[in-house]
Ligand binder design. Sequence first.
Ligand SMILES: *Cc1c(COP(=O)(O)O)cnc(C)c1O
Length: 388
Amino acid sequence: MSDGPITDGPVPDQTMGEGTRAVRAGLPEARKYEPTLPGPVFAAHYHLPGEPTGPYTYGRDDNPTWTLLERAIGELEAPGATGTETVTFASGMAAVSAVLLSQVGSGDVVVLPDDGYQALPLVREQLEAYGVEVRTAPTGGDAQLEVLDGAKLLWIETPSNPGLDVCDVRRLVDVAHAVGALVAVDNTLATPLGQRPLELGADFAVASGTKGLTGHGDLLLGYVVCRDAALAARVRHWRKVVGAIPGPMEAWLAHRSLATLQLRSDRQCANALALARALAGRADISGLRYPGLPEDASHKIAAGQMRRFGSVVSFTLPDRAYAERFLAELRLVDDATSFGSVRSSAERRGRWGGDAVPEGFIRFSAGAEDTHDLVADVLRALDAVAAA
Ligand SMILES: *Cc1c(COP(=O)(O)O)cnc(C)c1O
């Protein structure tokens, strides 16, 4: 992170609770008559007489609004750690591409999950076009372990989207580091309040801030938190070269949203668990997955590395028409893609064609509604379809 005219606030107390940390993350030192969270800085260039030294020279290189947001995300992803650096991006995919394309080159081997975010196969094509060898394996059962030999970088997505399988990050990191591979973890679904990949040993925590991190479904953002400055320098250089920079307004809205991350996460995760409990055992539901359900296949590993289990629940209805009628019956839940918003949403994932899921597969994102209202709406919709 650049040293700049923005001075750090007091060093966060490590005994501080995560809600307190979320509320105060990245705030500058208190100065009389200054706002507590300074507004977005709209600048393509900055006054720069004489030698062009930083921190703020040109708007594609750095921006004071990013500085505060990057500091905040770093405090949440790696509280108390020294030497970590955060780089924010225009979207989650900008962050994902920045890590992969800045760290590997022709002849290198990359290991990707084969059940991860639906744009990963597009990244795979691009990597292969650049002469990178890409191997894939499923997330569940730590299957990626089997294909690590000779790899330069291991990409983990846990819980995976949309299947909600979980892998043991510490175990994969140990083996990857032993064979000389870097490890990146996509932390989008968990958010830093659910899981801290750097503490589990990963070299990069990468995420889309579009989802639960900012949680209002009104902006796109991405970030990379790097274990050390040398890794961060390449990621930052990539951002400068491709120009995939966040707008100052988005960066500021994201920072503002972080203050409620714990409040939102607590309600959304509680709603997801209540919903999963209400769906378990229903005759019209199969393949129910939520890592927070004690009986879920992922629960044991998830409980060993996650603090919260996320807002996403997945399940399968008998067929496509059944799933479509269910979505149409819902009153409090938007039929929309994406997840992590304070407003519940759900979609029939198979409509996109990218994921290997059954036609009736539903990805459900629990919002911050009152639990009894949300669960009642879902059960009413299911009953209405079953009765039709
Ligand atoms: C949405 C998502 C991304 C991509 O993020 P965008 O902000 O849409 O570019 C990457 N990984 C996962 C797991 C996601 O859910």
